[in-house]
Design a protein around this ligand. Structure first.
Ligand code: F6P
Length: 471
């Protein structure tokens, strides 16, 4: 078996995985690497006055973790800049928030080239290299320029935007062209894959030579949809952990005679939090009879605080949550709890299990693993109901959730009413189908499908090459 090298902007050592909370990528990668004794490379999250390429290496649970520090300017221009002020909003359909700045583009290229130079000496001839997410699209191109011939795969955790949208990005051609330095490019859903293919066909005069195999810019890349999952078996263990049980007891004690509605998201404008709050407000306004029977808990740890759009949404949510409680609370009761604290995954498991309704309503989301964790945490005899945005990648798999348009407070309020009134047999029927999917299409299935395709292509290439040599 080839060694697997995983590269992502953020690296969370596998041993810390039980403690990680929101932000599915790191968790999923920790789980994916566990069986591979591979190498995980990325940014340490720290800065240094001058980039040296000095690696911090540690071996944790059989996985070698190698991280590198970046300069302040790198963090400004690459992470806060091109990754989170340009690509993130654009890929989440927020053209209004998308900033185009030459310095950001330069920072993005510089950090990708620095990552390539630092990673290059760690790569051995048989390694499979698997690069993750929008921060690192040009990394394969940089590695190829340094002579790396290994099979390199790329997986995009966020949506790939519609053709009309991606073409608004100055430099879109170079970005897509860089994707042709990979052997395999994976998307979360068939819809994102199709949007990419539409671009290649229309903008790059690409040609599909066999299903998913695209030729453009003088190169060929295989593309496919690989929906990411959670480590369902591990999550089932977490639900039974003492921390989870304690949290579950605590939440039940806080909601005696009341039903818990829960949302857990990074504080990000793509998560539809304002719209969700307004949906809850509408429910309270329209249904005086159930007002005192519900408590909504929204956990939203702050994130990307160096980006203005995140500071602004935080201020708006503070005001909105205050308005809802101001309007509907009574001396002995408040309908809404809004918490910006980070919780461990085992604690979240306990909170999910205590909830009657899970509200996962992003305006756009590559997949959304909170939806899957909510399902995995439920009591099979008395499960809660998942309300899920139709614009989350997870909606393609979790079709038995109550699917909603997150832009409509009325639709959200209706779905909440329906979920709160749903009888146990229907809840069990829906949950069983959801749980079946979460278990079957878990993180191991995701990793194995991607890695198998990446290595398979290598085997085919070797067979072809030796066939050529023999003839
Ligand atoms: O899934 C998208 C993503 O950007 C991941 O790459 C990342 O781990 C997660 O969201 C959290 O974002 P950040 O690393 O910027 O805190």
């Amino acid at each position: 078996m080839s060694r697997l090298i995983v590269v992502s902007n953020r690296v969370t050592p596998p041993s810390a995985a039980g403690e990680e909370s929101v932000g599915g990528l790191a968790m999923a990668l920790a789980a994916a690497l566990r069986e591979y004794s591979g190498l995980w490379f990325g940014w340490s999250g720290k800065t240094t006055p001058e980039f040296t390429g000095q690696l911090a290496m540690q071996k944790i649970d059989g996985v070698t973790v190698a991280t590198v520090d970046l300069e302040d300017a790198d963090v400004d221009e690459y992470y806060n800049g091109y990754a989170n002020k340009t690509l993130w909003p654009l890929f989440h359909y927020r053209q209004d928030l998308t900033a185009y700045d030459r310095a950001y583009g330069e920072g993005y290229e510089r950090v990708n080239s620095r990552f390539a130079e630092t990673l290059r000496p760690l790569i051995e001839p048989d390694d499979l290299v698997w690069i993750h997410d929008y921060h690192l699209i040009p990394l394969a191109r940089e590695l190829r320029q340094l002579g790396v011939k290994n099979r390199i795969g790329f997986f995009l955790h966020v949506p790939w935007p519609a053709y009309q949208l991606i073409t608004t990005l100055p430099g879109h051609k170079q970005l897509v062209q860089a994707m042709f330095d990979y052997d395999l490019v994976g998307f979360q859903t068939a819809e994102y894959q199709q949007a990419f293919e539409e671009y290649v066909q229309n903008e790059a005069s690409g040609e599909q030579t066999s299903p998913g195999l695209w030729k453009a810019y003088g190169r060929t890349v295989q593309v496919g949809a690989y929906p990411i999952g959670i480590d369902a078996a591990d999550f089932a263990k977490l639900v039974r952990s003492s921390r989870a049980v304690r949290m579950n007891d605590l939440m039940r004690a806080c909601t005696v005679f009341r039903r818990l509605i829960v949302g857990v998201d990074r504080l990000d404008y793509s998560k539809g939090l304002e719209e969700r709050f307004m949906g809850f407000e509408r429910l309270l306004a329209d249904s005086p009879d159930i007002r005192r029977e519900v408590l909504m808990l929204q956990i939203a740890p702050v994130s990307r605080e160096g980006v203005e759009a995140y500071q602004e949404i935080r201020a708006r949510l503070d005001a909105l949550s205050g308005r809802i409680n101001g309007e509907f609370a009574d001396i002995d009761w408040a309908p809404f709890r809004y918490v910006n604290k980070n919780y461990r995954r085992d604690e979240l498991a306990g909170i999910y299990r205590a909830a009657s309704v899970g509200l996962v309503t992003p305006l756009r989301d590559g997949m959304n693993l909170v939806a899957k964790e909510f399902v995995a945490a439920q009591d099979p005899e008395d499960p809660g109901v998942l309300i899920l945005s139709r614009f989350a990648g997870a909606a393609r798999q979790l079709t038995e959730a109550l699917l909603v348009n997150p832009n409509s407070p009325e639709e959200l309020a209706e779905a909440l009413k329906r979920a709160l009134a749903m009888e146990r047999p229907e809840r069990i029927r829906r949950w069983s189908a959801l749980f079946d999917n979460v278990q079957r299409e878990d993180v191991t299935a995701w990793r194995d499908a991607f890695v198998a395709d990446l290595s398979e292509m290598g085997a085919q290439a070797t067979a072809l090459a030796s066939g050529r040599m023999a003839s």
